[in-house]
Design a protein around this ligand. Structure first.
Ligand code: FPP
Length: 257
């Protein structure tokens, strides 16, 4: 069983992103409705947030609701929205106790007003916290984000707010993740090995980790296991292995850039 102690602090991922998958199948296996799986997924959210904060991870991004999730049955969408509100509400104390700051990416304005209000309230309440940044991807999709970024860039060019020279546009500042470093590690649960429109730009050099564990069964030890696996990877960013080994700093820090 993976333990916290076996994790090398100097090679900790700064940013972990998670596609929490398998809630529906977890519930079905138990002869229950899909929402039963989502409700049981909240414990996994709490464990993952707590473990990330305890380890000293800087950013944790959770894919809580995609734009494609609007295609689910109304009943499931309503239940998910209520679960988001109640979870954010009941977990506010944990966020405050652990100095965690809540951030969001995605089109939050497209969510029901009651969700927007709860998110705004807890973002304001945790705004001064200095520890882990918990980023909820809400009404998010990678293609939407890129389309939005290009649209806003085009407007800035039209209004001469940016120089439309022959250089590559600095698209990153137009993404909803503008202030957030790219993920070092992406975890997807439930045995599916795809990105599902998540952070398409930001995952360019991210290490991908897929586990068979269904999200409601995901515990701190599963996070440790993913991080330990990440720590065995050689991140090359297009360089050769020899270059990476030669450039390694004496404290074995990962090479970024
Ligand atoms: C995917 O499983 C999971 C979701 C679409 C929702 C995840 C949301 C929660 C666990 C609530 C968390 C709340 C906060 C505040 C982060 P699925 O339904 O696609 O599972 P399946 O593939 O087995 O059908």
């Amino acid at each position: 069983m993976a333990t916290k102690e076996s994790i090398k602090q100097e090679r900790l991922p700064r940013h972990i992103a998670v596609i929490m998958d398998g809630n529906g199948r977890w519930a079905k296996k138990r002869g229950n409705q899909r929402i039963f799986g989502h409700k049981n997924g909240v414990k996994s959210v709490r464990e993952t947030v707590e473990a990330s904060a305890e380890l000293g991870v800087n950013y944790l991004t959770l894919y809580a609701f995609s734009r494609e999730n609007w295609n689910r049955p109304d009943r499931e969408i309503d239940a998910l929205m209520n679960l988001l509100i109640s979870t954010i509400d009941t977990e506010t104390k944990t966020l405050m106790d652990n100095d965690i700051k809540l951030l969001t990416i995605g089109n939050v304005e497209g969510l029901p007003q009651k969700v927007q209000d709860k998110v705004a309230e807890v973002k304001a309440k945790t705004a001064q916290n200095q520890g882990l940044k918990l980023v909820l991807a809400l009404n998010y999709s990678g293609r939407w984000e890129l389309q939005e970024a290009l649209r806003r860039y085009g407007e800035d060019v039209k209004n001469q707010r940016v120089d439309n020279g022959p250089h590559q546009p600095d698209l990153e500042q137009y993404l909803t993740t503008a202030q957030i470093p790219d993920p070092d590690l992406l975890i997807r649960t439930s045995g599916e090995a795809r990105l599902s429109n998540f952070l398409l730009w930001q995952l360019a050099y991210t290490e991908l980790y897929f586990t068979e564990v269904l999200w409601p069964d995901f515990r701190k030890e599963n996070l440790y296991e993913a991080i330990l696996n990440y720590q065995t990877r050689e991140r090359r960013f297009g360089k050769t292995s020899e270059q990476v080994v030669r450039n390694k700093t004496k404290n074995n820090a990962p090479q970024y850039g």
